[in-house]
Structures are given as structure tokens and as C-alpha cells.
Design a protein around this ligand. Structure first.
Ligand SMILES: NC(=O)c1ccc[n+]([C@@H]2O[C@H](COP(=O)([O-])OP(=O)(O)OC[C@H]3O[C@@H](n4cnc5c(N)ncnc54)[C@H](O)[C@@H]3O)[C@@H](O)[C@H]2O)c1
Ligand SMILES: C[N+](C)(C)CC=O
Length: 489
């Protein structure tokens, strides 16, 4: 089937490449899709360039562009179940979680749909009645959008919605592992009225189908969500053409639990913080930093509950979390745990694949707790992106902040305490892009999302998320023009 969308047409990969997509829960074949090469991506970039330079989209009234996003939200509500099932088949994620994702995605479309056109620029005081200056926001141009497999459509729409609201054209390259909701979404956008060439879709491996989006001179902005290693490469490749770059990378997110928190609440959230979606969440609270006097009791309770987490496929209604995305990813998590143990971590539970024969065909891994990890050890420093919790202890507030900030990442963090003033003090001192107090994981379309340090730069969502997709221009007019006679001759 033709499932690249280039210049308003559904086409096959020019070189005829195909890729099998298999459900990570049991290995069943979901579908076979086109596998693009650089040539396809370059054709998509050319189409997006033409649509931007000569098409009507950038000059379409912002409110009209917003209306298109609002229509897309309504269509997504209509087709939510189809999208959720497709997302679950590609990712192995529980259907209920994919349904939540679809609701979040519709909310994001509505947010940017309503935000489009709210900002008409501003008039600047020039200090003179004889001149007039204004600031306008214009679309950046052609946007290359590269997205990961863990929240495939959500991460995609966090980019597409503001890009379209601001009047850009785009080429999307979703993860090669999870292409289906991107295909469905481009169809939905055309049904909502997106003109040909404005939105383009290429599928395939990053170094082949994705690389031109960071390298090509006709791409004005590359927005990337994915791992740190790939992010560094994208930034380096984009430097040659000095394009705008936005990077949403990984995290090694602290969850700081003070001994004055509500015990049961803190334990409960510590579990969801790390084991939601089997840890395959950029903001997973994979680093528990618990006040020393609570350590033993807290870890014992975590272990007891972690051992009861039910694993299963997307349509198993009893399952509480699912598989890892691929065999290769599970092997990476296994290596991470092996290294942690070699470096002195104490395994409290998990650390292996489940014994249940019903799960043997999927890429499952047991919820794992590694205690007594050393600061600076691999397990504390590196993102596992799997269901693995490391446990560290602290003595007082200063110690907690020092440990929580001792990471080259800076995406998100949580604080559990019943002391409201302490919560605010610690939140102010954490060098992370999102801080949750007595909560973990919520994100809102109206609140900026992004990382400090090596978790990336740029922000998605909120007004800043829209601004990322604009250029800012100063227009100045002399209202009383006449010769200046700066030069005598
Ligand atoms: N900060 C955030 O909001 C956020 C959200 C989700 C995931 N993530 C991070 O994403 C990572 C997991 O996702 P992943 O394994 O898909 O990441 P990844 O870096 O392997 O791949 C991400 C995307 O980049 C593409 N890619 C790979 N090499 C490329 C290249 N040379 N040029 C262009 N594109 C290339 C891939 O095909 C994929 O589409 C984790 O580190 C996670 O923390 C971050
Ligand atoms: C950004 N978020 C939390 C939705 C997904 C991160 O992997």
C-alpha cells in the first residue's frame, strides 16, 4: 500500500522498500509499510518548500488555520477508537492508555487551534512621532519533524499543531517502529482540509529517511524528540545550514520523597512514576531519592507492590502495564541492569524476563528495583527507558536538592512532602523543566514542556511552544522621509 504522503499524494517508496511492523506484545504482524530512502525525503522536502514559498498556507488567516486544527480535533474524537487500537498494536501499550493519549492529543489540537491568531505582534515605542515600529511573528518555513515510538501520535501532534497554527509546512518522520497513527493522522488532516504539500509524511529508518531533515538546506527548522545520542547528531548535522533546532531528549528524573509525606500516597505515585508504560516515558521517575529514615519501610512496600504488577498485552483488560518496544530495547535494559549489579547495586526485585509462558512471545521485562546504587554509577547516570527504579537516600533538604540535580539531564522531577513551603523551596531549586509536587506525570497543552541541560532545548506546548515555530520580525517605517545628509557629498 502507498503510505508515504508527498505533495498531496499517497505514494510508495521510490526504491520499493517495505518494512514489517510487529506488535511487541506477541510478535504478530500488524502490517507492512513503505520504507523511504533519502530520495523520498528529499521529494517531500521539495514539496513542503513549494507549498511554503508559493502556496496559500503561510498567508492563510491564522484563525482559519486554527479552525483546521479544531476540525482535526473533532475528527480525532470521532475516530479515537481506531487511532487508539492502531497505537496499541504498534507500541504494545494498553488500549486504555492509548485512549487517554487520544484525548490528550485532541486537547492539544484544540489548544493550538484556539491560540492561532491570538498574537498579532506588538507596536514598539520608537521615541519619535515620525516613525512607526512593529514586531510581527511569521512562520519559520519548512519544518522537519522527527518523533519517537513511545507516545507516537502525541509527540507528533505536539509538533504538527503549533507548526500548522503558525503557518509552516512540514515533513514528518515518525519512528520506523510505530508508523500507523501518523498515516491515519495525515489522512485525517486532509479530511479536515489541509492543502496538498503543506503536510508530508515519510516513513523509515532515521539515518536514511530522517537524516535529510537535519541536513537539507531547504529545511528551516528541525524539531526532534528522541534519545540524547541521536539528538546530538541532529544538532551537529543541522549546524552546517544553521537551521533552527528544537531538541526534546531523554531524562533521568528524580522523585524526591521526604519523610513527612503521606506514606501510602508517596509509595503509590513512586510506582506509577517509574512503571507506567513499563518505564518507556521520557519523564519516568526512575530515580527514587528517599529520606534516609523512610528507606527500609518504603522500599519494602515498593517491592511488595511491584511484584503484584500484572503484565500483559494491549487488549488484556487485567494487564497493568505492557511489553518493551522491541527485542533490541529489552536487551539494552538487560545490559543496563547487569552493569548496575556489577557496579554494586542490590537487586530487590525483578531483574529478569517474566516466567509466565503466556508472555513468552512479547518483549516483557519485570518491574525491577535496584537499591543502594552509588551516585555517579551507570545506573544513576544513564536513562534505562525501561521498568527499572534506582534507590538513593538523602539526609536533609540541601542534600535532596544536591542529589536530585546531580545529573546531566534535566527534564522533570517530583517532590513528595506535606510541608507546602518546603515543596516550593525545593521546586525552585531543581534544575528540571517540569517539577511536580505531590504528583507525577501530568502535562497540559497550556503548560510548556521541555528540558534543562542535556534533556534538550526549546519548549513544546504553551505559548512558547507556538513561538518556537515563528520567526520574529521588526518592521520600522520613517513617517517623514527626506534626505538625511549624513554624507556631505
Ligand atoms: N523530552 C521528551 O519530551 C521526550 C518524549 C518522548 C521520548 N523522549 C526520548 O526518546 C527516547 C526514546 O525514543 P527513540 O528510541 O525512538 O529515540 P531515537 O533517538 O532512537 O529515535 C527517535 C527518532 O529519531 C529518528 N532517528 C534516528 N537516527 C536519526 C538520524 N541520524 N537522523 C534523523 N533521525 C534519526 C528515529 O528514526 C526516530 O524517528 C528516550 O531517550 C526518551 O527519553 C523524549
Ligand atoms: C512527554 N510525554 C510525557 C508525554 C512522553 C514522554 O515520553
Amino acid at each position: 500500500m502507498a503510505d508515504l504522503y508527498i505533495d498531496g499524494e499517497w505514494v510508495d517508496a521510490r526504491a520499493g522498500g517495505r518494512r514489517e511492523i510487529r506488535c511487541p506484545a506477541d510478535g504478530t504482524l500488524v502490517a507492512e509499510v513503505a520504507e523511504a530512502t533519502r530520495e523520498d525525503t528529499e521529494a517531500a522536502i521539495a514539496a513542503a518548500r513549494r507549498a511554503f514559498d508559493t502556496g496559500p498556507w503561510p498567508g492563510t488567516a491564522a484563525a482559519e488555520r486554527g479552525d483546521l486544527l479544531l476540525r482535526a480535533a473533532a475528527l480525532l474524537d470521532r475516530d479515537a477508537e481506531i487511532f487508539a487500537r492502531a497505537e496499541s498494536l504498534d507500541t504494545g501499550k494498553r488500549l486504555v492508555e492509548s485512549r487517554y493519549d487520544m484525548a490528550d492529543i485532541a486537547a492539544c489540537l484544540r489548544y493550538f487551534g484556539k491560540l492561532a491568531g491570538n498574537e498579532a505582534g506588538r507596536v514598539v515605542d520608537t521615541g519619535s512621532p515620525d516613525s512607526f515600529s512593529r514586531i510581527v511573528h511569521e512562520p519559520v518555513g519548512v519544518c522537519g519533524l522527527i518523533t519517537p515510538w513511545n507516545y507516537p501520535l502525541l509527540q507528533t501532534v505536539w509538533k504538527i499543531a503549533p507548526a500548522l497554527a503558525a503557518g509552516n509546512t512540514f515533513v514528518l518522520k515518525p519512528s520506523e517502529l510505530t508508523p500507523h497513527t501518523a498515516i491515519l493522522f495525515l489522512k485525517l488532516l486532509t479530511e479536515a482540509g489541509l492543502p496538498g504539500g503543506v503536510g508530508n509524511l515519510v516513513l523509515g529508518a532515521g539515518p536514511e529517511a530522517g537524516a535529510p531533515l537535519s541536513e537539507h538546506p531547504d529545511v528551516d527548522l528541525v524539531s526532534f524528540t528522541g534519545g540524547l545520542v541521536t539528538g546530538r547528531l541532529i544538532a551537529a548535522n543541522a549546524a552546517a545550514t544553521v537551521k533552527k533546532v528544537a531538541l526534546e531528549l531523554g531524562g533521568k528524573n528524580p522523585n524526591v520523597v521526604f519523610a513527612d509525606a503521606d506514606f501510602e500516597t508517596a509509595v503509590d505515585y513512586a510506582l506509577t512514576a517509574v512503571f507506567l508504560h513499563s518505564g518507556q516515558v521520557c519523564s519516568a521517575g526512575a530515580r527514587l531519592i528517599v529520606q534516609r529514615e523512610w528507606h527500609d519501610e518504603f522500599v519494602a512496600e515498593l517491592v511488595r507492590r511491584a511484584e503484584r504488577i500484572r503484565l500483559g498485552g494491549p487488549f488484556d483488560e487485567r494487564a497493568e502495564t505492557g511489553p518493551l518496544i522491541s527485542a533490541a530495547h529489552r536487551e539494552k535494559v538487560e545490559r543496563y541492569v547487569a552493569t548496575a549489579l556489577e557496579e554494586g547495586a542490590v537487586l530487590r526485585t525483578g531483574g529478569k524476563r517474566p516466567d509466565d509462558p503466556a508472555l513468552a512471545d512479547g518483549f516483557y521485562y519485570l518491574p525491577t528495583i535496584l537499591d543502594e546504587v552509588r551516585q555517579g554509577s551507570t545506573a544513576v547516570v544513564e536513562e534505562s527507558f525501561g521498568p527499572v527504579l534506582t534507590v538513593e537516600t538523602f539526609t536533609d533538604e540541601d542534600d535532596a536538592v544536591r542529589i536530585a540535580n546531580d545529573t546531566h539531564y534535566g527534564l522533570a522531577g517530583g517532590i513528595f512532602t506535606s510541608d507546602a513551603a518546603r515543596a516550593q523551596r525545593v521546586a525552585n531549586r531543581l534544575r528540571h523543566g517540569t517539577v511536580w509536587i505531590n504528583d507525577f506525570h501530568p502535562y497540559l497543552p497550556q503548560a510548556e514542556w521541555g528540558g534543562y541541560k542535556q534533556s534538550g532545548f526549546g519548549r513544546e506546548l504553551g505559548p512558547t511552544g507556538l513561538a518556537e515555530y515563528t520567526e520574529v520580525k521588526h518592521i520600522h517605517q520613517n513617517l517623514r522621509p527626506g534626505p538625511q545628509h549624513w554624507f556631505a557629498g
